[in-house]
Design a protein around this ligand. Structure first.
Ligand SMILES: [Zn+2]
Length: 324
């Protein structure tokens, strides 16, 4: 009998200026008194931001406690046991987010307190007509050109922009300048980091009539100017029926599982974050069944019994885990 069962956590809702109601209307997330949420943090172990187990014998425990007490069972033999390495969230972008960049591991290690770098990937869950993604610099934009454009409020002219389709995936490596546009609903997997440098905020003012803080120097120092435009990934077929690879990098893998026959998730010494983004899934492990509805996330520990995944006809599940 495995030490840990499949784990469910309480979502942490974040209210930022650019949020809306869709995390509640689409996914049933509980909004706070402001009746608005920008992000639902589904799985997080980052300093004071902690997912709490919502049901079962471990209810109330933080994800960090599980990492400390059950590191091997949760993360497997290959992972370090200091912190859960990935953070998964859902975002409702009612307004375009600031143009920003995140450091890589080497840059973030120099910070105080030090952090992980942040490579992230987005899967587009819904897009209003005309919604845009800004990802990477247009060809030929160097530091001086970008700096000049930012000083003149013209940063957007330097950014590669396009209208994404539902289902597309973007891999945003650390050092890539980016912004999510208004009208997008997105699932984001990222390194468990919270270091962001804001380069440009679209010449906007906040609720108090003031511009939000920018970090222009840090952003310019962090941007990898050798990297050009970033476009959606090309999904690749895997050897497993119903499983398509949306993104893979040094930090994580994102697979999309769709309905077909019952899928097996044999023990592979790695945890899996399973997020149901369409339809519903039933997960069977060690004689127990777990119903996971659209908008819900389940964490399968690395050490586990043979696990089966039954998907409804319209189901789409994101399966996110560490690479080999
Ligand atoms: Zn970001």
């Amino acid at each position: 009998m495995p030490i840990l069962p499949p784990l469910r956590f309480r979502p942490i809702l974040r209210d930022y200026l650019w949020g809306g109601q869709r995390l509640a209307t689409e996914f049933g997330k509980p909004l706070g008194p402001s009746k608005r949420a920008a992000e639902s943090w589904e799985i997080v172990d980052h300093a004071a931001d902690q997912s709490l187990v919502s049901t079962g014998p471990l209810a109330g425990r933080t994800l960090h406690e599980l990492v400390c007490n059950y590191g091997l069972a949760l993360l497997g033999q290959q992972a370090a046991f200091r912190q859960f390495p990935l953070l998964f969230k859902l975002l409702d972008c009612q307004r375009t987010l600031s143009v920003q960049v995140h450091p890589n591991d080497t840059q973030a290690a120099l910070l105080s307190p030090h952090d992980l770098g942040k490579t992230e990937a987005w899967v587009v869950l819904a897009a209003e007509p005309g919604s845009k993604i800004y990802a990477g610099l247009r060809p030929g934009i160097d530091r001086a050109t970008l700096e000049h454009a930012v000083a003149n409020g013209m940063c957007a002219d330097c950014l590669h922009a396009f209208e994404p389709q539902v289902g597309e995936c973007l891999l945003i490596e650390a050092g890539t300048l980016h912004a999510l546009g208004e009208g997008l609903l997105v699932a984001e997997i990222q390194q468990a980091s919270d270091t962001t440098y804001r380069l440009f905020d679209w010449n906007r003012l906040d609720a108090d009539g003031k511009p939000r803080a920018l970090h222009v120097e840090q952003a310019l120092d962090t941007i990898d100017f050798s990297r050009g435009p970033v476009n959606p990934t090309q999904p690749t077929v895997t050897t497993v029926p119903g499983v398509v690879r949306l993104a893979t990098c040094e930090k994580f893998v994102v697979d999309r599982r769709t309905a077909g026959s019952t899928q097996q998730l044999p023990p592979d010494d790695r945890f899996h974050i399973l997020a149901v983004i369409e339809g519903q899934a039933t997960i069977r492990a060690a004689e127990e069944t777990y119903a996971v509805r659209r908008g819900e996330t389940l964490l399968l520990p690395a050490e586990r019994a043979a696990t089966e995944l039954l998907l409804s006809d319209e189901a789409v599940v994101l399966d996110m885990y560490l690479p080999e």
